[in-house]
Design a protein. Structure first.
Length: 141
């Protein structure tokens, strides 16, 4: 009976916690992804760091951040790459490699899916000589 009462109190505390803020362990996973987004991070590695099962991590992360850990990391890599593309002395293949994509074509497909243009066209649309004044579609994290 004591065990059931203790479990009930733990459940009540969990329900009373601010539902708008993710659990601290989940924020820790998000922070780890932000710190190491250009490195290959597996779901198992993230789950081990958080001390939870990978399936639980995947479900909780998607519920809190509307993306899987992999999707979230990819968005961070694409945002970083878009900032690098503004540096005209950087090659697209080099940026793709540094951002952790398998190759330039993989990077181009992912970039076009989020920004609506391939990286070269996106870069050209933002150069000082470009006549285009409206930005391309962008997805926020």
């Amino acid at each position: 009976m004591e065990l059931l009462a203790s479990a009930g109190r733990a459940t009540d505390r969990a329900l009373l916690r601010d539902a708008s803020r993710p659990a601290p362990w989940l924020e820790g996973v998000r922070d780890l992804i932000h710190d190491r987004f250009r490195e290959p991070l597996s779901l198992d590695d993230l789950a081990m760091q958080a001390g939870v099962h990978p399936v639980h991590l995947a479900r909780a992360f998607r519920a809190a951040y509307d993306a899987s850990p992999g999707e979230y990391s990819r968005r961070l890599r694409l945002r970083w790459a878009s900032e690098q593309l503004l540096k005209l002395d950087r090659g697209i293949a080099d940026i793709a490699d540094e951002a952790g994509f398998a190759d330039q074509s993989h990077f181009t497909r992912a970039f076009r899916a989020v920004y609506g243009l391939p990286p070269g066209a996106w870069r050209a649309s933002r150069s000082p000589n470009s006549r285009r004044s409206e930005p391309a579609r962008s997805e926020a994290i």
